[in-house]
Design a protein around this ligand. Structure first.
Ligand code: ATP
Length: 244
């Protein structure tokens, strides 16, 4: 039992949920390692939503609201950490939810379907492929990711993110590492923890949803590469300030 007074309570609870997901069989061992990489970058941004992330979250909401067939891609880590937030966002938009695993096994798919019981989720059966991605990693659904115009991915692999961009989809990536291939490839890169990012994207969907002019403005004003550069400057400045 982790006491709430522990200074790293939130971070420890996130780890606890991931380990539980791993023991329950739907978080891949590689997912635990990927989380460790994310945690390291979370330290660098101060474990909070920085202004550049907030800007990207607003742009993400705008793209999702404007989309004809938006899809939220789900994997083991996201099911363990932000299932409720994914369901909430999918209802507000509305957007489809598709389970899309890098380390795909029937067992993991079935367990994630079970976690979303009562909610329509795609991905249990697949009938299409992400062009250029070999093996199970490329499997997807025709009515979901394959025909989507905007895809929200979290903890995504760089190859698949690039393949989705090559398929002319608008890719929104939540990734704490501003230097990952996914971050550098996506159309909108949200450098924030998924536990904060999903809530913020949902908040902006609620704010923007009836305001077409503001949606267009948020998209027009967003420059992804420029925003990533600002994130890198923010991290460098923070490290300078932390020096003794
Ligand atoms: P790429 O292939 O894009 O270069 P990678 O090989 O690092 O990236 P993975 O190992 O699949 O890709 O890791 C997924 C990414 O998700 C990492 O960049 C990591 O920083 C990030 N990440 C991990 N946990 C979280 C989290 N809770 N919130 C946001 N991002 C996270």
């Amino acid at each position: 039992m982790i006491p709430k007074s522990h200074p790293r309570y939130e971070s420890l609870m996130i780890r606890k949920n991931l380990v539980k997901g791993f023991k329950d069989g739907f978080v891949a061992p590689e997912g635990l390692i990927a989380h460790g990489r994310g945690e390291a970058f979370d330290y660098l941004v101060g474990e909070k939503t920085i202004p550049m992330a907030e800007k990207a979250e607003k742009a993400s909401a705008a793209y999702l609201l404007k989309a004809k067939n938006p899809v939220i891609s789900v994997n083991g880590n996201t099911a363990a950490l932000v299932r409720d937030e994914i369901i909430k966002l999918s209802r507000i938009l509305p957007a489809k939810i598709e389970i899309n695993l890098f380390h795909r096994t029937d067992e993991r798919i079935n367990k994630i379907v079970e976690m979303f019981k009562g909610v329509d989720v795609l991905g249990e059966k697949t009938d299409a492929k992400i062009a250029g991605i070999e093996h199970h990693r490329g499997l997807c659904c025709k009515e979901g990711i394959f025909s989507s115009d905007v895809v929200l991915v979290m903890l995504e692999d760089g190859d698949r993110a690039k393949a989705l961009v090559d398929m002319k989809k608008t890719v929104i990536a939540v990734d704490l590492n501003p230097l990952s291939r996914t971050s550098l490839t996506a159309n909108v890169t949200v450098v924030d923890n998924i536990t904060r990012a999903l809530k913020n994207i949902t908040k902006y969907c609620e704010i923007l949803r009836n305001n077409k002019a503001e949606i267009d403005e948020a998209i027009k004003n967003f420059d992804n590469r420029g925003n990533i550069d600002e994130v890198l400057k923010y991290i460098s400045k923070r490290l300078e300030e932390l020096k003794w």
